[in-house]
Design a protein around this ligand. Structure first.
Ligand code: T4K
Length: 363
């Protein structure tokens, strides 16, 4: 039986570097509540990315919920149907209503030209997603938000290390949130972070993260428990040293895939916006869903497990939302496949994947 190849694998620092950091945790017994490692991780990520503020938290889903709470949004939030379910779940859990706007067929991000027609008296915000780490049309979105007095929260779960027009993409919008899940370019096992250039919102987020306490004494916000632990921060601090290498490696492999797959008739790729992408996923779009399913079967037969990110289009989850037709998102979702992409993936494995795709589509 050959080795299993998954859609991704975390880039992990040597275990010894994590346990070295954990020694201090065991010595002091400080496991959580904004401990020294969490503070250090926040400082190191902040310095590395050059962002104004950062609030770490338990995961990328709670990050979105805390962002909605910090901006006190109550009503309809315009968002994309082409994303992981967490984007819409978080909106629902904050008692807001997701209102879907279809995507651009090339970038797979929310199509700004379709946003205004969905704005109603109840609209309070826009939550775009930088899908697969590919920047949204930020100028267009921010212009619409200003015109209609709406808040913008970017779900930047995939967008670690992306720079847009000379600064971190996390510093755009009223708030940006990200995920440090094990499957992301940078991981703390479970984890996430919230970014804002507004110092008051930053302070508010810190209170919300800690049950709503001000100075551990008075409850001044409708808070939650969103704190990252020292153990997760230790994993993050160790992994952070390898982030540049992991990012460069994914970019190199992304272009290797693209160069070698481009000549195959009937496949296409995500259009990258202004070079603002971290190339942390490799999505490929087939001509038909049938082709996509054939390729999945052929790869699975060789122990290779790509993922249908993001299938089905979120608007079709009728248990959660009334169905509204999103033809572009539904169409792309049915034909898209994310191919394996991670640090320990060998070029020989990529060659094998490319050959299998080539053979399957020819046959
Ligand atoms: N917004 C967006 C746009 C998102 O994509 C996400 C999460 C969020 C918000 C919410 O962030 P978090 O609350 O999750 O921090 C994965 C991740 O669980 C999820 O974080 C991610 N997006 C989503 C796109 O993908 P699954 O169900 O596909 O993961 P899973 O467990 O099938 O993992 C995929 C492969 O990765 C496995 O086949 C093997 C490998 N793997 C996975 C895990 C968990 C490992 O090697 N080690 C691991 O620990 O959801």
């Amino acid at each position: 039986m050959s080795k299993k190849i998954f859609v991704t694998q975390p880039t992990l620092a040597p275990l010894g570097e994590v346990t070295e950091l954990l020694k201090g945790v065991w010595e002091t017994g400080i496991m959580t509540h904004n401990g020294p490692l969490v503070q250090r991780l926040e400082k190191e990520v902040k310095d590395k990315l050059g962002v104004k503020n950062i609030v770490s938290c338990v995961n990328g889903t709670i990050a979105i919920q805390m962002a909605i709470r910090a901006l006190e949004l109550k009503g309809e939030i315009i968002t994309t149907p082409f994303t992981f379910i967490a984007t819409s779940n978080a909106i629902l859990w904050e008692n807001c209503t997701p209102v879907f706007v279809d995507i651009d067929p090339e970038t797979f991000n929310i199509d700004p030209s379709k946003i205004e027609e969905k704005i109603t008296y109840h609209t309070v915000g826009i939550m775009p997603v930088h899908v697969f780490g590919n920047a949204c049309d930020i100028e267009a979105i921010d212009m619409i938000a200003k015109k209609h007095n709406l808040k913008v929260i970017y779900d930047a779960a995939h967008a670690m290390c992306v720079n847009y027009k000379g600064r971190s993409i996390f510093d755009y919008g009223d708030i940006s949130t990200t995920s440090f899940h094990a499957t992301k370019l940078f991981g703390t096992a479970e984890g996430g972070a919230i970014f804002t250039t507004n110092d008051e919102i930053d302070k508010k987020l810190r209170r919300i993260r800690f049950f709503g306490f001000e100075n551990h004494s008075y409850i001044v916000e409708d808070g939650t428990n969103g704190k990252m632990t020292e153990v997760h921060a230790a994993v993050g601090l160790a992994n952070l040293k390898y982030l540049d290498a992991a990012a460069a490696d994914r970019k190199k492999k992304y272009f290797y895939y693209k160069e070698n797959l481009s000549s195959i008739p009937g496949v296409s790729f995500q259009k990258i916006n202004d070079g603002a992408c971290n190339y942390s996923y490799f999505p490929i779009v087939f001509k038909t869903e049938e082709d996509c399913l054939k390729v999945i079967s052929a790869l699975n037969a060789e122990n290779i497990y790509p993922r249908r990110y993001f299938y089905p289009s979120i608007n079709t989850f009728n248990k959660l939302f009334p169905y509204v037709n999103m033809p572009i998102s539904e169409n792309i979702a049915s034909r898209i496949l994310c191919l394996p992409l991670y640090y320990t993936l060998e070029i020989g494995d990529i060659d094998n994947i490319i050959n299998i795709i080539q053979k399957t589509l020819k046959g």
